[in-house]
Ligand binder design. Structure first.
Ligand SMILES: Nc1ncnc2c1ncn2[C@@H]1O[C@H](COP(=O)(O)OP(=O)(O)O)[C@@H](O)[C@H]1O
Ligand SMILES: Nc1ncnc2c1ncn2[C@H]1C[C@H](O)[C@@H](COP(=O)(O)O)O1
Length: 232
């Protein structure tokens, strides 16, 4: 019996991984997809035509980058839908607007007009009854110190040379954002409680928690909200 069967996780489930930059989403995406024999959907970092310019000049490039990410994520969303699920997705589309675009607008590095245009585009594409929400959002959280350590260890120059205040602001915003997020069920996981590199049992621990939310039932893509469906 494979892990997916063992934990009763439907083979058409869509699990999205959320959390601040460097917290461990890509690592979690690969590990869970491997354990469940699911496909992966990664965000476009390498070969992203705006990302480096964005980190050099937020004001100039924030709108371009948001539109680029929105288009990329929407294409991924379509792919997931066409495959009929069975995916682990690295970063949710909700973070683009709920964290990044909002933060740049509120900090003055995206103009009100650009923000309004972006939000209209986002709402028209995402907030429709035709947009399938994920079956589960796994939110990875961790201390700012540990996250900063991981950003430095990973070594992307553009992130390493970004002031710590930027990551601090993002870290705070994520904590608030997740407390009011209700577009789909949420499972919160703290990086202090698992180690995907050195502890083989960690993945089972996480799958067991996933199973408590979406195990043993057929998941249907739904547009309803799940405010009461949280577990810690
Ligand atoms: N469980 C873990 N324990 C230790 N280091 C980790 C763990 N998960 C990820 N990392 C490291 O942290 C860094 C960021 O991880 P990554 O998965 O790329 O984060 P994200 O996709 O959230 O930006 C990488 O260097 C990765 O090897
Ligand atoms: N929507 C976004 N706006 C600005 N920057 C973004 C957005 N989505 C991702 N990013 C950046 C942040 C990181 O530098 C890379 C990849 O993120 P990661 O959390 O490491 O997967 O892209």
């Amino acid at each position: 019996m494979n892990a997916r069967e063992k934990y009763g996780i439907p083979n058409d489930a869509v699990i999205t991984i959320a959390g601040t930059v460097g917290v461990g989403k890509s690592t979690m995406t690969k590990t869970l997809a491997n354990a469940l024999n699911f496909k992966t959907s990664f965000e476009k970092v390498d070969n992203n035509p705006y990302l480096e310019s964005f980190y050099e000049d937020f004001q100039r490039w924030s709108f371009h980058l948001q539109v680029y990410f929105l288009a990329e994520r929407f294409k991924e969303q379509k792919k997931i839908f066409e495959y009929g699920g069975g995916f682990v997705q690295d970063r949710s589309i909700y973070e683009d607007t709920g964290i990044f675009a909002k933060m740049h607008y509120e900090k003055g590095t995206m103009t009100p007009t650009d923000y309004e245009t972006y939000k209209n585009l986002f709402d028209a594409m995402v907030m429709t009854p035709y947009f399938p929400h994920p079956d589960l959002l796994i939110y990875i959280e961790g201390s700012l110190d540990e996250v900063l350590k991981r950003i430095h260890e990973r070594g992307r120059e553009m992130e390493k040379s970004t002031p710590i205040s930027y990551w601090e602001e993002m870290h705070d915003r994520y904590s608030k954002w997740i407390d009011s997020f209700n577009a789909c069920p949420v499972l919160r996981i703290n990086i202090a409680d698992y180690d995907l590199f050195n502890d083989e049992e960690s993945v089972d621990l996480i799958l067991e928690k996933v199973s408590r939310v979406i195990g043993g039932r057929s998941v249907k893509q739904s547009v309803s909200t799940f405010a009461d469906n949280r577990i810690e």
